[in-house]
Each structure stands twice: as structure tokens, then as C-alpha cells.
Design a protein around this ligand. Structure first.
Ligand code: 3HC
Length: 293
């Protein structure tokens, strides 16, 4: 039996969770979006409204289609509102303890056949799944930032994920207009394992004053055709998120390429998190704004 995934829960409305909620609603899926507190909800709602408002301003989305899209998303601070969900996608901060606790709680709330997916970028899906009481129905479903734009989704199966769960999630990702790839459970999966060694190397070049941020970014944009340079991309990803991903990959691989360059930690401590805090390697007009000042 193929699962339809008519109502999908999204837990955590940071940059990724809000982007995922938008992707789902853009495809006509009903979304129950859960955050811990009203401030988190307002941040998530603001993110979706800003992003879809931009699409309307550019003539890419009609105003009434935007209104329908926004209507498809219900916001809540109660996990119990996920009781009718057919699939839940978790996008909370990258802490195994937090995710383990959440999956244990979700397991008590949703129906036994419901699939639980994690958008983790580098934590082990297997380790998360054992807390769910239904490890066979747990997968990784990893989106890329900005979620409404990037076409890739990595579908991560563990040694116990049921094959039909993988097939249904792959079909669903295609329904969302994404290009799914299926992989096993290894830190960084495909894209981050390849990408973050490169990003970390760029930070090391910047830290040693080998080149300016502008020249580092220009080299990769104009020399290699990347849509943005590595430091601008780190600002988009968030320096805190990037640091966590590097640390997790380094702990697993012991590959020095993934040992976080020290200045990253210093910038995070000083509150320079990238676009979301208004300043990272570059300074932005407003949090989450793509405009560099
Ligand atoms: N939300 C929604 N849509 C957005 C957006 C956002 N945050 N940012 C840009 N867009 C849309 C724009 O509306 C525009 O849409 P249109 O073509 O329909 O008009 C399109 O994206 C292009 O945007 P812009 O013209 O404003 O700017 P650019 O052409 O410079 O593109 C970019 C911006 C899409 C961010 C592009 O520079 C890019 O693809 N950069 C690389 C991003 C990347 O590598 N992401 C992966 C990061 S790793 C990751 O996410 C893994 C995780 O685990 C950390």
C-alpha cells in the first residue's frame, strides 16, 4: 500500500523547517507546523510570509495562490496537534538528545504506521530511530537551503528502515518537485560530506589572511561557476549550523578536513551567525535578508 502523506507535520520552524513547510504547502500538502513557543511560531510564519511575498513581488506566484498556500499551514505549540499527521518531518536544532526525546514523544502521539523523518544534516538516523519505538519507519529526509529553491533531497535509510517506507518517501519527494537520492546512514550523507571540507578550507584561508572574503568568493563564483562563494554560503547556512556539522563529521571520520577552523567558533561566540543574525563573514541589511551592506 502506498502512503499518501496528506497531512504532514513539521517540527521546528527555523530556516530549514519554515522552508520545508513552504515547500509542502506549495505542493498542496496540508501542514501542521510546530514550534516550542509563540515567538518561534511568529519567526517561522514570518519566514514563510517573507519568502512567498518575494515570489509574489517577482510575479512568480499569484496573490490568491499565496493566500491558499498560507492557509494550508496551521501553526501550533502542541506536539499533540500532530495526532492526525501521516508523516512528520523533524527540523529542530542538531542535538541528539533533543531529537531522541522528540522522536520518543512523537512515537506516543502519531498512529503506529506513520513515518517519522529527520532533516538532520549530520547526526545518525540510526541513533535517532532507536528512540522512536518504530525504527523501521524512521528515515532521513534532508533538504537543502533555501529549501524552496534547491532541488536535492537526500533520503537516508538505516539497516532497519522498511523498504516500502523508503519507496513512499522517495515518491513523495518527487511529488514536491525534488530530486531524491537514496543513501545509507553516514555522517554528512553525500552532499555535506563533500561540501563542508571545501567550506572549512575556505575559512582557513580567510583566517590566515591568505585572501580577502571577496576574493575567496569571487574565485569560486567566477572561476568555477558556483552560484555563491564559500563564505557567502556559510552565512546562508548559518555558522552555528556549519560548526555543528563539521564537528559531527570530524568526530566520525577523524578526517582533518572536517576539523572546524578555530575562527568559526570565535565568530559564533561573538554572535556572528551569518544572515540570520544580520552578520557573519558579511553584514546584512536585516536578518535573513540577502542584501549585503
Ligand atoms: N527562500 C525562497 N526562495 C529563495 C530564497 C529563499 N531564502 N533565496 C532565493 N530564493 C529564490 C528567489 O526568489 C529566486 O527565485 P526565482 O528564480 O523564481 O525568481 C531564486 O531563488 C534565485 O534567487 P536570487 O535571484 O535572489 O539570487 P541568486 O540567483 O543569487 O540565488 C541562491 C540565490 C538560490 C541562494 C543561490 O545563490 C544558490 O543556489 N546558492 C547556493 C546555495 C547552496 O549551496 N545551498 C546548499 C547549502 S548546504 C545545505 O543546505 C545543507 C544543510 O544541511 C546545511
Amino acid at each position: 500500500m502506498t502512503r499518501e502523506f496528506t497531512v504532514v507535520g513539521v517540527v521546528g520552524l527555523g530556516t530549514m523547517g519554515a522552508g520545508i513547510a513552504e515547500v509542502l504547502a506549495r505542493s498542496g500538502v496540508r501542514v501542521v507546523a510546530v514550534e516550542v513557543d509563540p515567538a518561534g511560531i511568529e519567526r517561522g510564519r514570518g519566514h514563510v510570509e517573507y519568502s512567498t511575498g518575494r515570489a509574489v513581488a517577482k510575479g512568480k506566484l499569484a496573490e490568491d495562490a499565496r493566500a491558499r498556500l498560507l492557509d494550508l499551514i496551521t501553526y501550533s505549540t502542541a506536539l499533540t496537534d500532530l495526532a492526525d499527521a501521516d508523516l512528520v518531518i523533524e527540523a529542530i536544532p542538531e542535538s541528539l538528545d533533543l531529537k531522541a526525546g522528540l522522536f520518543a514523544e512523537l512515537d506516543r502521539i502519531v498512529r503506529p504506521e506513520v513515518v517519522l523523518a529527520s532533516n538532520t544534516s549530520s547526526l545518525s538516523i540510526t541513533q535517532i530511530s532507536v528512540h522512536a519505538g518504530r525504527p523501521g519507519k524512521v528515515v532521513g529526509l534532508h533538504f537543502f537551503n533555501p529549501a524552496p529553491v534547491q532541488r536535492l533531497t537526500e533520503v537516508v535509510r538505516t539497516v532497519v528502515t522498511e523498504p516500502d517506507v523508503v519507496t513512499d518517501v522517495v515518491d513523495f519527494a518527487r511529488r514536491l518537485g525534488k530530486e531524491p537520492v537514496v543513501i545509507g546512514d553516514r555522517a554528512g550523507f553525500i552532499a555535506n560530506a563533500l561540501l563542508f571540507g571545501y567550506l572549512n578550507h575556505a575559512v582557513a584561508m580567510y583566517e590566515s589572511r591568505y585572501a580577502t572574503r571577496e576574493d575567496l568568493d569571487a574565485a569560486m563564483r567566477f572561476g568555477c561557476g558556483y552560484p555563491m562563494g564559500p563564505l557567502a554560503l556559510l552565512d546562508l547556512i548559518g555558522l552555528d549550523t556549519a560548526f555543528e556539522i563539521l564537528e559531527t563529521m570530524y568526530a566520525q571520520s577523524r578526517n582533518r578536513l572536517h576539523a572546524p577552523t578555530p575562527i568559526l567558533k570565535q565568530m559564533i561566540t561573538a554572535g556572528l551567525l551569518g544572515r540570520k543574525s544580520g552578520r557573519g563573514f558579511y553584514t546584512y541589511e536585516a536578518p535573513d535578508s540577502p542584501t549585503v551592506v
